[in-house]
Design a protein around this ligand. Structure first.
Ligand code: SF4
Length: 319
């Protein structure tokens, strides 16, 4: 535990998960702190449990003991939220419209862990005490804390307090963001950031809206303003690469044209689409819409990476 004194007026936030030993979201070995809430609805999203700001119910039918248990059909569970269909065996069914009052205390009554909550409210010190456990690893690897989500800039006071507190404890800071938030949020957070990883998902506004639920005009304006207002921050552009959506030269070259005039954009990374974590859609009672989409081939990734390497003067890395 740290010897920092707890500040009772420090903001609290809704944290989805704290993941240690991460190596892909900023320099060195890092602890990723995932915050709840997102302002985009990317159809390929692999973290649907991060979209809602509030904590929410998760239900894994594979863990349910079914009728032999039936606990969640009784008080204090909300009436009608859990039910069995007449004559059918198997796990309990959920009426998701009636589950908004479920909380951690209620879920703890489920004997098998089939019912759980995604997300909980935490203080800045609670999060940083957890993060600080790996301080020696950060020192030896050049790592630190990365705030991710969801969209960490949707909880700007909490994010700013976390990052400021991390700096006070000598911990390097990074954020992973899509910047689909008011500039005022970004302005609050970025003074405490060493590295900002930011997504260039699609270039054309109409296509951006089709695939993510929002246009990219505000996002691009925020990126440009961030590059210009915070010259000491290292910016790393990223694209989640999805065949049939954006895994093409046109998009990669458009992003390069946008970022290369700004010398503090130090890299552009490709994140090949994967299908991990899709089971979480079922746990939330949601349907995954991109069922037919595949991961990009190694050939496509190598070709697009070579274009990026050339633009960054790393021609020796081309394959
Ligand atoms: S309390 Fe848990 S194990 Fe029991 S019926 Fe409900 S979901 Fe299934």
């Amino acid at each position: 535990m740290s010897n920092q004194t707890t500040n009772p007026s420090a903001p609290t936030g809704i944290v989805l998960n704290i993941q240690r030993y991460c190596s892909h979201d900023g320099p060195g070995i890092r602890t990723n702190v995932f915050l709840k809430g997102c302002s985009l609805r990317c159809k390929w999203c692999g973290n649907p449990e991060s979209i809602r700001v509030k904590p929410e119910l998760s239900y894994d039918p594979k863990k349910c003991k079914g009728r032999e248990c039936s606990l969640c059909l009784k008080d204090p569970f909300p009436k009608g939220a859990f039910y069995f269909t007449e004559g059918e065996e198997g796990p309990v069914k959920v009426n998701w419209d009636l589950t908004s009052s479920c909380d951690q205390e209620l879920c703890s009554l489920c004997p098998t862990g089939a019912l759980e909550m995604y997300g909980k409210r935490m203080t800045v010190d609670e999060v940083l005490d957890e993060v600080e456990k790996d301080a020696s690893i950060y020192r030896s690897s050049g790592g630190g804390i990365t705030l991710s989500g969801g969209e960490c800039m949707l909880q700007p006071d909490f994010s700013a307090a976390l990052l400021k507190g991390a700096h006070e404890r000598g911990i390097n800071t990074a954020v992973e963001t899509a910047c689909n938030v008011p500039w005022a949020n970004i302005e609050k957070v970025l003074p405490h950031v060493d590295t900002m990883l930011h997504d260039h998902k699609l270039t054309i506004p109409e296509r951006h809206k089709k695939w993510t639920g929002a246009g990219n005009e505000r996002i691009l304006a925020n990126f440009k303003k961030a590059y210009e207002t915070f010259p000491d921050v290292d910016f790393i552009a990223r694209t989640p690469l999805i065949p049939g959506v954006n895994a093409d030269e046109e998009h990669i070259r458009a992003v390069l044209a946008f970022i290369r005039p700004h010398k503090n954009v130090i890299d552009y990374e490709l994140l090949p689409y994967h299908r991990f974590g899709l089971g979480k859609y079922e746990y939330l009672g949601k349907v995954y819409e991109l069922d037919d989409y595949k991961t990009p081939s190694d050939e496509v990734v190598k070709h697009l990476q070579a274009i990026i390497d050339e633009a960054f003067g790393r021609t020796g890395k081309q394959s």
